[in-house]
Design a protein around this ligand. Structure first.
Ligand SMILES: Nc1ncnc2c1ncn2[C@@H]1O[C@H](COP(=O)(O)OP(=O)(O)OP(=O)(O)O)[C@@H](O)[C@H]1O
Ligand SMILES: [Mg+2]
Length: 315
């Protein structure tokens, strides 16, 4: 058997703030050179987990190792091999982009600071703005600089706490490319995100944190298999068609989108339901604009597992 190289190893992690338990027996491993995404609702404990792994706060109990170093006994060793981009920007608004990078390089006693700073500015497409004060940067530029700052010392493990929150779709896609590139250079990435599509795009492994522990962990495919259901989506050409169709679907599990004249049916037997509904709609003179069959998204899996949505059962 080939033994895996593990960069982050968490066993029995517990953390309470005063008497409120946030993490109650969290366990997971992150393989070196992979992207691991931790998902969870607001307040689930994602940032707390990142802070513990990056030694900013101490766990109450558990055995936690990063790059083979124990977070409690060897925090200084961990500082040498990790970097963190927090949920809230760490850039200094009163400095230029270049100055921010140089400052970090000096703080970490990096040789050839200026060279590394220019390399990162080029990589993040910030060269033309490098001598401008950060206060004049757009949100996306700030976020890029923030991540550039965490790469000054070429970390082995990079913690990214919601790296694309607030970015427009174009900037988000650019950031995804950057994160994929970093993985390809061998960096291990621990990512939290509010965007399930981001985890779908990037993560080799996904874990869902709920009520203090990891309720499920696996690849995207593994997680999707946890929901046996399929999704059938109908779009109608008019409000009348849409409303008539909706009134006929009382015995089905349906969500509706009034603005798009769209109905989504959740079922365990997509083909059977499709055939039946085509017949039903035709019999009632309902026109259909479009129809599609889909498998559940990570969002469906997430909402079902954390109990916001009910799963269909095979009876
Ligand atoms: N310093 C603190 N003192 C007391 N409670 C705290 C402290 N930091 C976090 N908490 C609480 O711990 C819980 C987990 O917070 P955390 O920031 O880890 O959540 P999160 O999963 O990152 O949420 P979000 O998606 O909103 O960023 C929350 O209920 C929060 O209020
Ligand atoms: Mg957070």
């Amino acid at each position: 058997m080939i033994s895996k190289n593990i960069s982050i190893d968490v066993k029995g992690l517990k953390k309470s703030y005063k008497k409120v338990s946030v993490l109650n027996n969290v366990n997971f491993e992150v393989e070196t050179g992979t992207i691991f995404s931790l998902l969870g609702s607001n307040g689930a404990g994602k940032t707390t987990t990142i802070k513990i792994l990056s030694t900013l706060i101490k766990p109450d109990s558990g055995s936690i190792n990063v790059c083979g170093y124990n977070v409690r006994k060897e925090p200084h060793k961990i500082h040498e091999v990790i970097s963190l981009t927090g949920q809230f920007s760490a850039v200094d608004e009163t400095l230029t982009g270049l100055e921010n990078l140089i400052l970090i390089g000096k703080l970490t006693h990096l040789p050839n600071v200026k060279e590394r700073a220019n390399e990162l500015l080029t990589y993040f497409d910030l060269v033309s703005a490098s001598n401008r004060l950060v206060s004049t940067y757009s949100g996306g530029m700030r976020r890029k600089l923030d991540i550039a700052m965490s790469l000054v010392n070429s970390p082995s493990v990079l913690f990214l706490d919601e790296p694309t929150t607030g970015l427009d779709p174009q900037s988000r896609h650019n950031m995804w490319e950057i994160i994929k590139d970093l993985k390809n250079t061998g960096t291990t990435i621990f990512l939290t995100t509010q965007y399930l599509e981001e985890a779908e795009q990037l993560a080799d492994n996904i874990a869902i944190l709920d009520k203090g522990s990891i309720i499920v962990e696996g690849t995207l495919e593994e997680l999707k298999k946890l929901l046996p259901q399929e999704i059938v989506e109908f779009e109608f050409p008019s409000k009348q068609d849409y409303e008539k169709a909706l009134s006929l679907l009382k015995e089905y599990r349906v969500t509706s989108d009034q603005e798009k004249n769209q109905l989504t049916v959740y079922t365990l037997e997509a083909i059977k339901v499709l055939t039946k509904l085509f017949q039903l709609f035709t019999a009632h003179n309902i026109n259909i604009k479009d129809v599609s069959r889909k498998s559940p998204s990570l969002e469906d899996v997430f909402l079902t597992l954390i109990g916001e949505k009910e799963a269909l059962k095979n009876e």
